[in-house]
Ligand binder design. Structure first.
Ligand SMILES: Cc1cc2nc3c(=O)[nH]c(=O)nc-3n(C[C@H](O)[C@H](O)[C@H](O)COP(=O)(O)OP(=O)(O)OC[C@H]3O[C@@H](n4cnc5c(N)ncnc54)[C@H](O)[C@@H]3O)c2cc1C
Length: 479
């Protein structure tokens, strides 16, 4: 019996788990996939938006601005990379009035230090900006994080503080008796709890329906991206947005914490809640739109493409509420952008809702620090010291991202029970670089096989049904 069950281990479920782990509660997270950040939380722009975009008075507006303020300390506490780069909305001739509107909206939402800057200043700050750009709205409080690094850190910290994560465990039914939620059913297993939090991303509306809670509908909206090589590092210094058109923020050009450049996303509604395939049309749209922001982008430097699904609710706002129909059921649905930026603030709000349903007492042995060395971020001296302590940190398994075997071993022995290639990628970056795994995958398969005591053909890319190799020629996998 748990005190609280959270459905979904995206950034929202993981942030809620991290927050609730401060209290003396028995919390479980049930996730259908084999790891955290396996859905929308791994495939987005990674922007901690300043908060000038959402309509004043909406949950999005309040939680975005609050979340933005919480991020620097959160990232420091969890050891998550945080790029305090700022953002700019770039105007072309005739669009300047729209910048004024955004500035006003930002001020209403409580965003600080925004300014409209002239073309000269803009060129100073962003030398590669498009020749047609006339001015920009500058928001210094915007930042960038790695969304999966953050989600892993939140979840690992929650796990260190006693939260139980169950992977490959899809919730198939919600159990309700006499108007109170009593737990969830996952296949043959029943997990009992008097409080269930629905953080199931694009599937949240269906789970709310299963529970018999207040109805809402989610439409998935696909966003596709192109990822450019680190050779482009510095091509843009802040997040660049076009002036927004309709319901989308448009195609952006974003510096990542790792030094790559991201271009995208597109915005296309889809009926398929699993469709994260990129398309020739989507990628072409990115190539067509990005030059609005910058000139000279080198498309020959593209090393990958991916897509994510926004969970667009019919009220176009976040839905965060304790159900009035089903006691103990809490919906956290429609968490589209700025969901990542708002995550710590959403977690605070949900903590407050949980506090309205059960008593919250602080956990005495709460651990706040999470540390794991990243070889690529160490100077020569520190690197040498680390290798002297443990030679595994001197064996580089991913040459593109400079990832050592020591980091892979630390990830495999981490607080969360994971062993797929994608899970390792999210924790160490092995396989995300220029060769996209060409060099490291055989090495990673061998390490996982050795450490977990399984044959290489049982190592998967992302859990059951995704083998990496189909067999072993020399039958000598144990060597
Ligand atoms: C293209 C794009 C760009 C974006 N850019 C930004 C940005 O720059 N800044 C920003 O603030 N926000 C951005 N967002 C929004 C942000 O990514 C989301 O708000 C956030 O990731 C949502 O997290 P989540 O945990 O709700 O959803 P998810 O990450 O999708 O997690 C939900 C989890 O629930 C699990 N699940 C579903 N059904 C079940 C079930 N039945 N049983 C068990 N588990 C289940 C899923 O497997 C999944 O892991 C963007 C989104 C997209 C798509």
């Amino acid at each position: 019996m748990f005190d609280v069950i959270i459905i979904g281990a995206g950034v929202i479920g993981s942030a809620i788990a991290w927050r609730l782990a401060r209290h003396d509660l028995n919390v479980a997270v049930v996730e259908r996939d084999d790891d955290v950040a396996s859905a929308t939380s791994k495939a987005n722009s990674g922007i901690i938006h300043a908060g000038y975009d959402p309509e004043p008075g909406t949950l999005k507006a309040g939680l975005n601005v609050r979340g933005n303020k919480l991020y620097p300390d959160l990232c420091r506490e969890l050891g998550v990379d945080y790029l305090a780069c700022g953002s700019m909305v770039i105007a072309h001739e005739g669009q300047e009035e729209k910048l004024e509107k955004l500035l006003l909206r930002g001020r209403q939402n409580g965003v600080e230090d925004m300014a409209i800057i002239s073309r000269d200043k803009l060129l100073d700050m962003e030398p590669n900006v498009a020749a047609e750009a006339t001015s920009a709205l500058y928001a210094p409080s915007a930042a960038v994080v790695s969304p999966y690094q953050l989600t892993v850190a939140l979840a690992e910290n929650a796990a260190l503080n006693g939260v139980e994560f169950m992977f490959n465990t899809p919730v198939e039914d919600v159990l309700v008796e006499e108007g109170r939620v009593t737990g969830v059913r996952c296949g043959e297993n029943i997990f009992a709890a008097p409080i269930v939090i629905n953080a199931a991303g694009v599937h949240a509306d269906r789970l709310a329906q299963l529970a018999g809670a207040e109805r809402y509908d989610i439409t998935p909206r696909k966003g596709e991206y192109l990822l450019l090589d680190k050779a482009m590092e510095g091509f843009v210094r802040q997040v660049l947005f076009p002036v927004p058109r309709g319901s989308s923020k448009g195609v952006l050009v974003v510096p990542t914490v790792e030094g790559n450049i991201l271009a995208g996303p597109t915005a296309w509604d889809t009926e398929d809640r699993e469709d994260v395939a990129t398309t020739p049309q989507g990628l072409e749209e990115i190539r067509r739109e990005a030059p609005w922001l910058v000139s000279g982008i080198s498309w020959g430097k593209v090393i990958g493409s991916f897509a994510g699904l926004r969970a667009v609710a019919d009220n176009d706002d976040f839905i965060i509420r304790a159900s009035a129909r089903v006691n103990g059921w809490i919906d956290v649905g429609g968490i589209q952008s700025p969901g990542l930026a708002s995550a710590p603030a959403i977690a605070e709000r949900v903590e407050h809702l949980v506090g309205g349903l059960t008593e919250l007492n602080p956990r005495q042995d709460h651990v706040t620090q999470r540390k794991s060395p990243r070889v690529s971020q160490l100077d020569r001296m520190k690197r040498q010291q680390l290798i002297e302590k443990d030679s595994a940190f001197g064996r580089i398994v991913c040459r593109c991202e400079d990832v050592s075997e020591g980091e892979v071993l630390a990830a495999l022995a981490g607080a969360l029970p994971v062993c797929s290639l994608d899970a390792l990628k999210r924790r160490t970056r092995a396989g995300t670089g220029r060769c996209q795994g060409g060099f490291c995958v055989p090495r990673l398969v061998a390490i996982i096989s050795r450490e977990k005591g399984i044959p290489p053909h049982q190592v998967t890319k992302k859990g059951p049904g995704s083998p990496v190799v189909s067999g072993w020629l020399d039958k000598g996998w144990k060597q």
